[in-house]
Design a protein around this ligand. Structure first.
Ligand code: NAD
Ligand code: UGA
Length: 481
């Protein structure tokens, strides 16, 4: 590990964050909140996003975020589209732009599109008139810092020096503020040179305003970059592993929650991230694993690539397996039936829908000629239409709207429905919070519930009259009770 102790370092007074998204916004808002002596300016090219950050209606929903932003905005936290001024006055710049999977060209479907990182890096090189610490906050392929350094060195003004750090973010959406206020660890990678170690110490000093120094770890740059991809790959691998087991449970009468609990009590395995589901979503797990797959292939390690690719393949399998179970339970046809889809976000407590399993389910149901009535407490209508048109380019919005209804509440969604499908684990969908007797009375009979998140009390709902099918639990028809 690189050592940052007893290295002279510069105290950071001004920070700029390029990218006001799910990571840049909350992360730098928390830095400002916990470090009133540091001026933090978050910039973005997207004027609407910046306007929203400056309004009472923040562009992302995240529990606790409103309070943090309100406490610091206008004091030492600023949101702006003036990229040049923010770069120029900052001592330290976070690059927190998007790194989506490439949609075309070499590495299409696997490699990360580094266009936004390159463009932000070029802006820094072209605009900076004094030396800066530049921090990779975005999740990037291993050795991206080297490319950024080359761009900075080739384009920077004479006498302007850049130190590069890697400081990947581990927050999860829905718990971002909790994760940022109390992180398991903060990871900072630097070059093992006096100037690299000094830059790392400056960043350590920022986090030390609220994080215990023992939890701030410093490594070499490449370990830091790779650790981020590996952390996501390992987390997603656990979900795909338990989802693979859920298929065995459904066929044998074992109960996946009981299996996960029994295995998770082994302290070497641990209980977290063993909740079977309809499949993981979110902007990063799939993207980062595919990135790791591409890296492995580029390094001529096909066996390693195949190993990690299987985590994504299993996730796709889980979504189609769940859909097949729904079709076969509904007498092998969805044609003309109404499916109430509960939840569109990729997990609870976020309005984010990127790679949400609900999008795939909705498209599968449409292909089977069902009508989908969906309800989500946080996702905006415009986002739903955007997701459905982007994932079915052959259909225009009018065609999609003939098959998809956005309901005002779960009861409206369930009216005349043949089945409820729980796709997101929002607390409001639990049988303690919704009136399932009322839902039952509104539905066609037999009324089915497919619990893709294991949040419902099956015996209680069966007592009402529902036919209940749960991920990782056998159907009653199989006779394994
Ligand atoms: P996002 O799409 O929400 O935000 C990125 C923002 O960067 C956008 O608002 C975009 O307009 C802006 N941007 C792009 N290029 C720019 C430029 N040249 N100048 C100024 N602004 C620019 O993305 P995100 O979810 O915040 O993710 C950012 C990075 O963090 C990704 O690499 C992602 O993998 C990583 N990450 C995300 C999460 C998460 O929970 N979303 C968690 C950890 C890490
Ligand atoms: C994940 C990681 O947890 C973060 O550490 C990381 O910083 C982030 O990706 C990132 O790099 O973007 P996030 O995707 O926001 O965070 O949310 P998770 O809580 O990890 O959930 C991801 C998906 O897995 C969700 O669809 C969730 O419902 C699903 N999941 C999670 C399960 O199906 N089972 C589980 O046991 C846990």
């Amino acid at each position: 590990m690189a050592s940052t102790t007893e290295v002279p370092y510069k105290k950071i007074e001004k920070i700029c964050c390029i990218g006001a998204g799910y990571v840049g916004g909350p992360t730098c808002a928390v830095i400002a909140y916990k470090s009133p002596h540091i001026k933090v300016t978050i910039v973005d090219l997207n004027q609407a996003r910046i306007d929203a950050w400056n309004s009472d209606d923040l562009p992302i929903y995240e529990p606790g975020l409103d309070e943090i932003v309100k406490a610091s905005r206008g004091r030492n936290l600023f949101f702006s589209t003036d990229v040049e001024s923010a770069i120029n006055e900052a001592d330290l710049i976070f690059v927190s732009v998007n790194t989506p999977t490439k949609k075309s060209g070499m590495g299409k479907g696997f490699a990360a599109d580094l266009g936004y990182v390159e463009s932000a890096t070029r802006s820094i090189a072209n605009l900076a008139t004094s030396s800066k610490i530049v921090v990779e906050k975005s999740t990037v392929p291993c050795r991206t810092a080297q490319s950024m350094r080359r761009i900075l060195d080739a384009n920077g003004k004479p006498g302007v020096k850049f130190d590069l750090l890697s400081n990947p973010e581990f927050l999860a959406e829905g718990t971002a503020i909790k994760d940022l206020l109390n992180p398991d660890r903060v990871l900072i990678g630097s070059l093992d040179t006096p100037s690299g170690r000094s830059a790392a110490s400056s960043l350590v000093d920022v986090y030390a305003n609220w994080v215990n120094r023992k939890q701030i770890i410093t490594t070499n740059l490449w370990s830091s970059e790779l650790s981020k991809l590996v952390a996501n790959a390992l987390l997603a691998q656990r979900i795909s592993s338990i989802n693979a087991i859920s298929a065995i449970c459904e066929a044998t009468g074992a109960d996946v929650d009981e299996v996960a609990y029994a295995c998770g009590l082994d302290t070497r395995i641990g209980p977290k991230f063993l909740k079977a589901s309809v499949g993981f979503g979110g902007s990063c797990f799939q993207k980062d694993i595919l990135n790791l797959v591409y890296l492995s292939e580029s390094l001529h390690l096909p066996e390693v690539a195949t190993y990690w690719k299987q985590v994504v393949d299993m996730n796709e399998y889980q979504k189609s397996r769940f859909t097949k179970r729904i079709i076969s339970s509904l007498f092998n046809t969805l044609s003309g039936k109404r499916i109430a889809l509960f939840g569109f976000a990729f997990k609870k407590d976020t309005g984010d829908t990127r790679e949400s399993a609900s999008i795939s389910l909705c498209q599968y149901f449409r292909q089977e000629r069902a009508t989908v009535a969906l309800y989500d407490p946080k996702v905006e209508e415009t986002q739903i239409w955007l997701d459905l048109t982007e994932t079915a380019p052959q259909d225009n919005l009018e065609t999609i709207k003939k098959q998809v209804i956005i309901a005002a509440d779960p009861y409206e969604a369930a009216k005349n429905a043949d089945a409820i499908v729980v796709a997101t684990e929002w607390d409001m969908f639990k049988d303690t919070n919704l009136d399932y007797e009322k839902l039952y009375s509104l539905m066609n009979k037999p009324a089915f519930i497919f619990d893709g998140r294991l949040i419902l009390d099956r015996p209680k709902l069966e007592k009402i009259g529902f036919k209940v099918e749960v991920i990782g639990k056998a159907s009653h028809d199989i006779g394994y009770e």
